[in-house]
Design a protein around this ligand. Structure first.
Ligand SMILES: [Zn+2]
Length: 483
């Protein structure tokens, strides 16, 4: 990116709320499990004349929970409004949303700005609305499924406080993590239950002006958010460099071609003719109710990170990795509580072998059947040097497959590590005697052969020789042959 410009980025995050019923009627909100289209519907969510909406209490609780988790103040008096626009997926011709008085506003969140600095991103508002129906476009026609119409949706709007794509990505990642910690949204972006919208403008570095922005709608993955933002920043810079001006417009993202596409022109709040929803009274929330919601807040990722750093002496990056998912943090603590090894060792096993296994098998931590007890035992056998690092990987792969006890596997596969110096010295001496050419080359300065010798030792002993002792004896042997 040209250094002359800086991007100004704000994000809107739309997340469905995990409730049993829809936002304003009793229909099931679980459209994902519906066996066929248009079965979880009623006069309210299909917008029939005369049908009356009723507010979903659970959705209100979850929305307040999110607001509190994002450090917002809760509006004790908040109201619903009609956002008027017509689209085939919106049966009423308007969406019930919150406009002037959202349930929560004026929060903040710390994010990594991409340069080790923490950036306080302000959360402008959190409001409740309803999802639209689902359209599928066929060749000559489109189908509409109202099972999703009216599912509770939360919109989280940030101020345009981010100046790098990395900061926007970190903000989005952290909001998703918080929603998952709170259990209000699965964060499953492939299913579309969480969608991002990026507002982007660019301006000369050092300027305070807010220039014309564009909105990129419906970004369904972190990758799409990153690529679309980068593309849009470059596109706007090029327009300014060429002496042009950016048009305020709504854009879509074509993931295949890697470009943003204009969808519609200038769109402001007044285009929606917002007015108070006449069929719903304002929500009046008491202090006692808000306190009871506050009491339900679990330990959130930021607090957990701080605790992991101070209690377990982990680096910030290590703690942030472990707390990125609640189930991962829980698993870590569970393994650690059963292990005699330091937290660093447990972290590196989880970040290393365990993650490799989960990624390769396309599993999540929730699918893991490896018990914390067994995993802790394996880690302890490694830190106590009962088995070598290489053998431990063999045992690990066996454990995740068979679920067997690590001690049993070590016994069956005869993997116990040898730290008997006499035995290792014998092996080292034999290898040095058998390979005079390599010894000569090494002594003549070809240092890389050290690894080759280590490989020979590992092969001869089937990986059972303690590598530290082996290396020490190897270096000693080579040194002696100098004379
Ligand atoms: Zn309904």
């Amino acid at each position: 990116m040209t250094q002359k410009y800086e991007p100004v980025i704000g994000l809107e995050i739309h997340g469905e709320l995990l409730t049993n019923s829809k936002m304003f009627c009793g229909c099931s909100a679980d459209y994902g499990s519906a066996p066929e289209p248009n079965i979880n519907i009623c006069p309210t969510c299909t917008g029939l004349p005369g049908a009356m909406p009723v507010v979903n209490k659970k959705a209100t609780e979850l929305a307040a929970l999110v607001g509190l988790a994002l450090n917002c103040s809760i509006n004790k008096h908040n109201t619903f409004a009609r956002k008027n626009y017509y689209y085939p997926d919106l049966p009423k011709g308007y969406q019930i949303s919150q406009y002037e008085l959202p349930i929560a506003e004026k929060g903040w969140m710390d994010v990594n700005a991409g340069d080790e600095n923490q950036l306080k991103v302000r959360v402008r508002r959190v409001h409740i609305e309803e999802d639209t129906a689902k359209l599928s476009h066929e060749k000559n026609y489109a189908l509409v499924d109202f099972n999703r119409a009216g599912v509770p949706l939360l919109e989280i709007v940030s101020e345009p406080d981010m100046r790098t794509v990395e900061a926007a990505l970190d903000y989005a990642t952290k909001v998703r993590a918080i929603l998952r910690y709170l259990g209000v949204n699965s964060g499953d972006m492939e299913k579309g239950v969480l969608r991002f919208e990026a507002n982007i403008s660019v301006r000369p570095v050092g300027s305070d002006e807010l220039r014309t922005r564009t909105e990129i709608k419906n970004l369904n993955s972190f990758r799409a958010l990153t690529r679309a933002s980068q593309y849009e920043i470059e596109r706007q810079i090029k327009i300014y460099e060429d002496g042009g001006s950016v048009l305020q417009e709504t854009l879509g993202w074509d993931d295949v071609r890697g470009v943003t596409i204009s969808q519609r022109g200038k769109e402001d709040a007044h285009d929606y003719r917002y007015f108070p929803e006449p069929d719903l009274p304002p929500l009046q929330l008491s202090d006692a109710w808000i306190d009871s919601i506050r009491n339900q807040l679990p330990e959130l990722p930021e607090a957990k990170t701080a605790r992991f750093i101070s209690d377990f002496d982990l680096k910030r990056s290590e703690a942030q990795f472990l707390t990125s998912e609640k189930s991962l943090a829980d698993y870590f603590e569970s393994v650690l509580s059963k292990s005699k090894s330091p937290a660093k060792a447990v972290h590196s096993w989880i970040a290393g072998e365990l993650m490799r296994y989960l990624n390769e098998s396309n599993l999540s931590i929730d699918d893991l059947t490896l018990s914390p007890e067994s995993f802790a035992k394996l880690i302890d056998m490694t830190t106590e040097k009962v088995i070598s690092g290489n053998s431990a990987k063999v045992v690990f792969n066996e454990m995740v497959k068979s679920g067997s006890d690590p001690e049993q596997i070590v016994k069956e596969k005869n993997l116990a590590q040898v730290s008997d110096e006499g035995f290792i010295l014998e092996t080292v001496t034999k290898i040095l005697n058998d390979n005079p050419k390599e010894v000569e080359s090494y002594l003549a300065g070809k240092d890389t052969l050290l690894q080759w010798f280590m490989g020979q030792i590992a092969r001869t002993t089937k990986g059972k020789a303690d590598p530290n002792i082996a290396k020490e004896l190897l270096l000693k042997g080579l040194e002696e042959r100098k004379k």
